[in-house]
Design a protein around this ligand. Structure first.
Ligand SMILES: Cc1cc2nc3c(=O)[nH]c(=O)nc-3n(C[C@H](O)[C@H](O)[C@H](O)COP(=O)(O)O)c2cc1C
Length: 483
């Protein structure tokens, strides 16, 4: 499979094309120091076989926030060194930290914007990024990634909504590129030209008057001209359309652009691949073979392989899918896709991040703060009743499903097929009932439920319940009218 072919990123050789994109965990101490739990989270990804692990955003400065990793002073190096060492001791996964600067936010909803920074503030940010990447190198990471996506400082300068009017201003693409350009120059000066450097930025901002692929193609070319070793594409996650909850700081993932960044279950799979492929093709057309990664609901192995196999991008970023099951790469490689704990995009992890609480996955056993260790010897869950375990009752607007318990099950995966289509997993729940509100009246649906152990080991599927949903009354009348 293309997914398991190696890839060279500057001086860094990754053994496969599966990337864990940065995901804040809030597992560190309040002062930003790495903890045993932080290390355990990343060691778990390494054990699961991801080629490239991007450690959650760590700050280059000391601005107040919830528990967020820091790389702002030399005293943070020892904890970070232990993190990199433990990952390297676990597998051949490569590990890079994501380096972030963010502007101030207040509970009142106020936020600092790019035009509030003086030229001296900008000079300081430039130096702080360089120092942070130098520390990443000293800590033994394989490279570093600059966070120039979403709502943070570098991205806010790149944005078409950048309100500055000077040389760093939003009125021209060169103005918007100036800060990231200077930061890359500072990083190269302080951390060396040979230290692999990636940049994550938005392929599209998804805000009113925000930039689209028209600009992201140009941004990518400039980054390639500057010699960055990889480009990681994300989307949205902006303050401009964030919804303010009184008494809380603005959460940049609360508006539509936030939905695009961490797409929930109602958004399509692989939703940013088309834009990323345009960026990749544009880079190639200009003679830059720089590796490109993209994230966004890419955890179906068939999608991941299609995207890589057709050369749309070079790496797949799988964030929540690998949070749910860090063993995804190993399970795909061994052909055990039916043992994957599949993310259902419920976004509990996003909500935990939004309130600065420890990020875990709702599919893990209650109370656990790490994914369960894989153990193929764990017995498959068993239905307590032998025969019919699943019933499906159709009403005009939905189908109500109920099933009996299975011994040893942590979750139940619900599958649905529309008429004769192949069944798709539509949700995963811990309860034994579920309502399907996405059915069309007049059509026939088939359902079954599969119990899963915490390690992903599946039990036998339930009976299949076939239901015809009553057509709404207006359809019956409409048919008569059209005859
Ligand atoms: C809990 C959580 C924390 C995240 N933290 C970061 C972060 O620190 N830096 C970043 O660039 N993206 C962050 N993201 C975005 C992810 O890297 C990823 O782009 C997004 O979840 C879409 O990919 P997915 O559909 O595979 O989850 C975070 C996402 C989640 C759910």
């Amino acid at each position: 499979m293309k997914m398991f072919e190696p890839l060279q990123i500057g001086g860094m050789a990754i053994s496969n094309r599966i990337m864990v994109p940065a995901m804040v965990t809030h597992l560190c101490k309040e002062d930003g120091v790495v903890t045993g739990d932080t290390i355990a989270r990343y060691v778990r990804y390494a054990a699961g076989g991801a080629g490239l692990i991007v450690v959650e955003a760590m700050a280059i400065h000391q601005v107040k926030s919830g528990p967020l990793l820091r790389i702002s002073e030399d005293r943070y190096i020892s904890g970070l060194r232990e993190l990199a060492r433990r990952v390297h001791a676990t597998s051949d996964s490569k590990i890079v930290p994501q380096i972030i600067h963010f502007l101030k936010v207040a509970r009142s909803g106020w936020r600092q914007t790019t035009d509030m920074l003086s030229l001296a503030d900008i000079d300081l940010i430039v130096e702080q990024f360089g120092d942070a990447v130098r520390r990443a190198r000293e800590a033994g990471f394989d490279g570093a990634e600059l966070h120039s996506a979403h709502a943070y400082t570098l991205s806010s300068f790149l944005s078409r909504a950048n309100p500055r009017t000077d040389d760093y201003g939003g009125h021209s693409i060169e103005g918007r590129l100036r800060l990231i350009g200077r930061v890359i120059e500072s990083v190269r000066r302080k951390a060396g030209n040979d230290f692999p450097l990636g940049v994550r930025f938005n392929a599209e901002e998804f805000i009113k008057n925000g930039y689209t692929v028209v600009d992201s193609r140009r941004i990518a070319v400039r980054l390639a001209e500057l010699g960055v070793d990889y480009i990681s594409l994300s989307a949205g996650g902006k303050f401009e359309d964030a919804v303010h909850t009184p008494g809380q700081v603005l959460f940049p993932y609360s508006g539509y652009s936030g939905d695009r960044c961490m797409p929930g279950d109602w958004l399509p799979r692989a939703l940013h691949v088309g834009i990323a492929a345009e960026v990749k093709a544009h880079l190639l057309s200009k003679g830059y073979p720089v590796p490109v990664a993209v994230a966004g609901k890419l955890d179906d192995p068939r999608d991941a392989e299609r995207v890589l196999g057709t050369g749309m991008v070079d790496m797949v970023g799988i964030a929540r899918g690998l949070l749910a099951d860090p063993d995804w790469p190993l399970k795909v490689k061994r052909g055990e896709t039916d043992r994957i704990v599949q993310c259902d995009y419920c976004n509990v992890c996003k909500a935990l991040d939004g309130t600065h609480r420890m990020v875990n996955c709702a599919l893990w056993p209650q109370g656990d703060n790490q994914a369960p260790k894989d153990d193929p010897t764990v017995p498959a869950p068993r239905w307590a009743e032998a025969d019919t375990v699943l019933t499906a009752i159709p009403t005009e607007a939905r189908v109500e499903l109920k099933w009996s318990k299975a011994l040893g099950a942590t979750t139940y995966q619900i599958y649905r097929a529309d008429e004769q289509d192949d069944p798709q997993m539509i949700d995963a729940v811990k309860l034994t009932f579920w309502n399907d509100n996405d059915v069309l009246g007049g059509r026939t649906y088939r359902y079954f439920v599969r119990p899963c152990a915490a390690t992903g080991t599946p039990g036998t599927r339930s009976n299949t319940a076939t239901v015809k949903v009553p057509a709404p009354s207006y359809m019956v009348t409409a048919r008569k009218v059209s005859v």
